[in-house]
Design a protein around this ligand. Structure first.
Ligand code: TNX
Length: 777
């Protein structure tokens, strides 16, 4: 090049650089909201500014794939088409450097004003480094359309990051409701963004078989479709006859599944298929009845809703069952390259196995003492088959019963007990306890949430999850592969609803399985997650804002006959404002700081204010005062230790329970009647007594069959003033009901209420009687 040309290039370069927007922002720790929190991070001064000329350095094609989401993001928000190049220019680029010495999935990230370097062993670490960059960029990087006036600048920073656990999973139940390929792929994007790496697909259950199996076409022709009763509550759907044609459902073809698996691999997500056995397979045996026990089993239909107990299971005696399952698994293993195959194994009611001649013969030949051992035989046999194909078996914790298969990995869902036991036997475990990991549970005050299966697993509870539990030795802990959230979909019919249950709880879970335990800090997390909310919003994710909902707790004071009401919100330092009585709620309303004293019937409105703006739903409640409030109460029959409410005065504290029977406002009696005496102290004139109750037949809670009210002046001799009787009616929904008994005005000092427990449950099991208040007027 001539000297002149040199000069020209120099001038051009100066002009071009001069045209670029300048880095102006001074970054502080508060600007860094990376979630899950990195292991080590140091903020330096200055920043790196992305421009149209920022180059993405790639040394092989697969790195292009890793870069793709960042490239797409810039295309969306700025119209830039960031260029891939093979060698680094002098500045303004991102490079990916291979470093064999780093652990699996780890990465280091060095951002300087000149360029960005990510080091990792392979694409997994590069991907996570880039996901971190994405979270350092302004939130509007998530926008789907052009954003003007934003400097795409990130702070100079050095990060050294790696996961605490190698199994960081989410399970999607595709059976109870069907979710298609597009939704699954978009979920994979989100898993990667949260640095999660396992997608467990629950492909088989009673209400639908969701994977194409070429050798057994009826599995999807018949088993993937059920009679549409979506308008009814899950547990009130009518039973379906064998052969009734269904319209609700769907399945994934092998081609679609392969596409999902390949896509997931590009995002460092391993897809693990679950093929349930021996129970939760009504859809399969509806297609092939000969898989059930006995010689000529009664055919069944694909159920449209809840089935309990699950008795239509595979026969463990017939050789043909194993032949079928092996053929199915051969096709499954061709689709899924995963190291693990999940075989379910949960909740089998083995009544048929006890009497089926084939099962009895098997037990005799194999010297098995009971049906538990027969299940264990079943699973061990499947394990052998899976192992010969170079794969490992994973199953729900029931596979421990009757003896664990030699090399099995246990997914502990009924609490952590199964996990503890399996780890102490030297088996690997994945922790998914219902208490912290069941995303089908409620996440906010039940009355404000869409119908869910029950439970209560708010964001803060998920954040308390730890896969390594008390009682584990260091050796046991080494067997804990990690943790997983499970989203069972009985009550989740749509992708939007599924998102609502997953986000933001997955963010809390991600931090528990990725970040070092020592760095866990709820206050800090709650600040960071609010930034993530803005990203979700821009991405069009229907995330839950339940953590903003206000809930109350109350205390009755027997001496002053008053109620103190506390308001709370999941996030710390919340600005809650409230109004008692009528009046409008706004940012000028009284700020809540200490519990509120209440001594008469009162309406309350409260709201959470963020930057002076009302956020989330307004909390509304009425505390109804009545003649029993804050009066002592004696229980002739003591309530259960499992439901003690706020103690004995739960029934006279003016605070009503919700349909969430764990909300701490209920007393309950199991298989027994309730009988209690309220002491009014001085003589009072009364004309109505109401008993607050609930019914939720799924978990065995029934209305009383009879309520009786008696009065007395001396607490010894009682006179009946009224009774109500009510026969059992099948009911799929949780409902609250006051059994109110009115009578002519009477003067009395004591009121006794008796309520009769149903005692004999239509489906077997215990019967609970739940009571939240005795309202005396
Ligand atoms: C139990 S967790 C099940 C599922 C249900 C879930 C509902 C497990 C292994 N079995 O079949 O969908 O409860 O929360």
């Amino acid at each position: 090049m001539s000297q002149k040309a040199h000069l020209l290039v120099f001038i051009l370069t100066i002009t071009l650089v001069g045209c670029q927007p300048k880095s102006t922002k001074v970054f502080t720790e508060d600007d860094i909201t990376i979630l899950p929190k990195p292991k080590e991070l140091q903020l330096n001064s200055g920043g790196f500014l992305f421009t149209e000329n920022t180059k993405l350095i790639v040394s092989k094609d697969s790195q292009k794939e890793v870069f793709q989401f960042i490239k797409n993001a810039f295309k969306n928000v700025s119209g830039w088409d960031l260029e891939f190049v093979e060698s680094a220019p002098s500045k303004n680029y991102i490079q990916l450097n291979l470093d064999d010495t780093l652990p699996d999935e780890a990465y280091t990230l060095a951002v300087t004003s000149n360029h960005i370097t990510i080091k990792a062993k392979d694409n997994a670490g590069f991907l996570y480094g880039l996901e971190t960059i994405r979270q350092l960029l302004p939130e509007s990087i998530e926008s789907k359309s052009i954003v003007n006036g934003v400097n795409w600048e990130i702070p100079n920073i050095s990060v050294n990051d790696e996961p605490r656990f190698k199994w960081r999973g989410l399970m999607l139940d595709l059976s109870r409701h069907f979710f298609d390929k597009e939704y699954i792929k978009s979920t994979i994007d989100q898993l990667a963004a949260h640095k999660m790496n396992v997608l467990h697909l629950h492909l088989v259950d009673d209400q639908g078989w969701r994977i194409e199996i070429k050798k057994y076409p009826k599995l999807t022709d018949v088993g993937a479709w059920r009679v549409d009763q979506e308008d009814l509550h899950w547990n009130s759907r009518l039973s379906v006859k064998a052969g009734e044609k269904g319209k609700y459902g769907g399945f994934l073809t092998q081609e679609e599944l392969k596409e999902i698996v390949a896509y997931a691999a590009s995002k460092n997500v391993e897809v693990i298929p679950e093929i349930e056995m021996p129970a939760h397979v009504t859809s399969a045996v509806a297609a092939y009845p000969e898989l059930m026990c006995f010689d000529n089993p009664e055919p069944v239909g694909v159920p449209s809703g809840g089935v309990w107990p699950i008795t239509d299971i595979y026969c463990a005696g017939k050789e043909s069952t194993f032949e079928f399952l092996e053929n199915v698994l051969i096709e499954v293993m061709e689709i899924f390259p995963s190291k693990y195959i999940h075989i379910g194994g949960d909740e089998a009611t083995k009544t048929n196995w006890k009497i089926c001649p084939h099962c009895k013969k098997r037990m005799k030949n194999e010297k098995l003492h009971d049906v538990e051992e027969l299940q264990s035989y079943f699973i061990k046999r499947m394990e052998k088959f899976i192992n010969t194909h170079g794969k490992k078996l994973v199953g729900w914790d029931e596979i421990l019963e009757g003896g664990l298969a030699p090399d099995a990995t246990v997914m502990s869902w009924r609490g952590v007990k199964g996990g503890l036991e399996a780890a102490s036997q030297g088996h690997d475990v994945v922790m998914t306890p219902g208490s912290h990991c069941y995303f089908d549970h409620y996440q906010g005050p039940q009355d404000d949430e869409p119908l869910a299966i029950g439970g209560y697993t708010p964001l803060s509870k998920v954040y308390e999850f730890d896969p390594v539990v008390e009682g584990m030795s260091e050796e046991d802990a080494a067997h804990v592969l990690g943790g997983q959230a499970n989203l069972w979909s009985e009550y989740i019919p749509t992708p939007e609803h599924s998102q609502y249950m997953i986000y933001p709880r997955i963010a809390a879970l991600a931090e528990t399985v990725w970040s070092p335990k020592e760095s866990r800090d709820w206050g800090d997390f709650s600040n960071r997650v609010k930034h993530l909310f803005k990203r979700y919003e821009l991405q069009g994710i229907n995330y839950a804002q339940s953590a903003y909902l206000i809930s109350k707790s109350t205390e009755a004071n027997l001496d002053t006959k008053t109620i103190t009401l506390s308001l709370q919100n999941e996030f710390p330092k919340a600005d809650i404002r409230y109004v008692l009585g009528e009046g409008e709620l706004n940012d000028d309303s009284k700020k809540y700081s200490t519990p509120i004293k209440i001594n008469s019937t009162t309406n309350i409105k409260a709201g959470l204010f963020l930057d002076g703006k009302l956020s989330g739903k307004v909390f509304k409640d009425t505390i109804v005062f009545h003649k029993a409030v804050a009066h002592p109460i004696e229980y002739i029959k003591k309530y259960s230790d499992s439901y003690q409410g706020v103690g004995p005065y739960t029934l006279t504290n003016a605070v009503r329970g919700t349909t969430n029977f764990h909300d701490g406002q209920w007393l309950a009696w199991l298989d027994d009647d309730m009988e209690a005496i309220v002491e009014l102290g001085e003589e009072k004139t009364i004309s109505q007594v109401a008993l607050g109750t609930m019914e939720n037949q799924g978990p065995g809670i029934y209305f009383p069959t009879k309520v009786e009210v008696l009065i007395s002046m001396d607490g010894k001799v009682f006179e009946t003033v009224g009774t109500i009787e009510r026969a059992y009616v099948k009911n799929g929904n949780p409902v609250l009901k006051d059994f109110a008994i009115s009578f002519e005005e009477r003067n009395t000092k004591y009121v006794k209420v008796k309520a009769t427990n149903l005692k004999k449950a239509p489906n077997g099991g215990g019967t609970w009687l739940f009571v939240d208040e005795i309202v005396i007027k």
